[in-house]
Write a protein that binds this ligand. Sequence first.
Ligand SMILES: [Mn+2]
Length: 333
Amino acid sequence: MIHDVLRTLRQRAHQILITTHWNPDGDAVGSALGWAHYLRASGHQVRVLFPNAPSMPLQASPGFRSAFVAVAEHEPNGVSELFERAEVHFALDYNTPSRVGALLEPLVAGFPGRNVLIDHHQQPDGLFADQYSSTAKGSTSEMIADLITADEGWGSVDPACAENLLMGLITDSGSFRYPSTTAQTFSTAARLVEAGAQPNAIHARLFDANPLSRLKTFGYGLSSAHLVAGNRAAVLSLSASDLERAGYVAGDSEGLVNWGLSVAGVEVSVLLREDAAGLIKMSFRSTGDRDVNEFARAHFAGGGHRNAAGGASTAGLSETEDVLIQKLTQWLA
Ligand SMILES: [Mn+2]
């Protein structure tokens, strides 16, 4: 079905809209901008709409500041017009319209044109008639590269396109560390470097450009770490007052949960973060066959991938932690 979409796009120039999920991460930004650069080079009119702004380092991605990119939260009035004008909408790196936030959700769900999903999360929403969905893929950016291959379009991949896609491969694979990293991932990466992507530039932009608040947020989170469930799980937490003292801004705790897995013997790591309204946001990471997608789905209204998932709780920080420890203990016994 996705090949039908490619065939349709080859016939003439189209008006195309690309959206991605709320709190766009490196793969969301990389796949959206990479696909946009490619489609523009192929002659289409393309707009990229992010529900809210990504972190500052991601805003330095090639093309983010272009006129064809908008942030819905900053310009809510122009949003419906973008959907009205589009003939084809690409939903990238999310599996259901509820992931784009309240403003965009009804527009994505009710889009009357060709509504196309490209994503690697589990359980894609059936409302997308055209979809390229594969949980075997480590990143949506890698899937975009696959589409470019299917389209025989590598000649249209410029350095800006390549650098965005490689950024998605790098961030969603934990710099080629996670089990989803395959030989195919490396050959795609090689191809992107040949097309002008610079791995060192991506790395410097993303990982050596932190605000001090991120360092302090990690400090509070790491010093909260403790082992539970027979030392098989690590729990890290950030209270609202920790975040205030750290000067936390959105995105500062990204990646923190992974440090729990760096402790010998730990198979599951969980980060609890209390937001200003008292809601507890949860991040889950695991190694091997430990399925945190199932676990987050069953107990914390969440989901994601086998080794990386999210969730939430309204029960308050200490009660959520108590329940979490109890569930982890049962699970990992
Ligand atoms: Mn992704």
